[in-house]
Design a binder for this molecule. Structure first.
Ligand SMILES: [Zn+2]
Length: 68
């Protein structure tokens, strides 16, 4: 998953493992966003839960209840 820093425009990749970890953390804390630090300028970029889900491995997504 490619993240683009909104501050400096730096593009960096979020690995699958990190996406899974992020989603787990969001569920535990019931937060809507995951904070990821830009490796270039250290700005915190917020990644929404929906964005993470799109890139998460399938089995991680299916654990969640559908919203309908
Ligand atoms: Zn940056």
């Amino acid at each position: 998953m490619q993240i683009r820093c909104y501050r400096c425009g730096w593009s960096f990749a979020l690995k699958r493992d990190e996406i899974v970890f992020a989603l787990e953390g969001l569920e535990e804390s019931d937060a809507a966003h995951y904070d990821v630090r830009c490796p270039s300028c250290r700005q915190t970029n917020k990644i929404s839960r929906d964005q993470l889900k799109k890139f998460a491995p399938r089995e991680e997504v299916e654990k969640e209840k559908p919203e309908e």
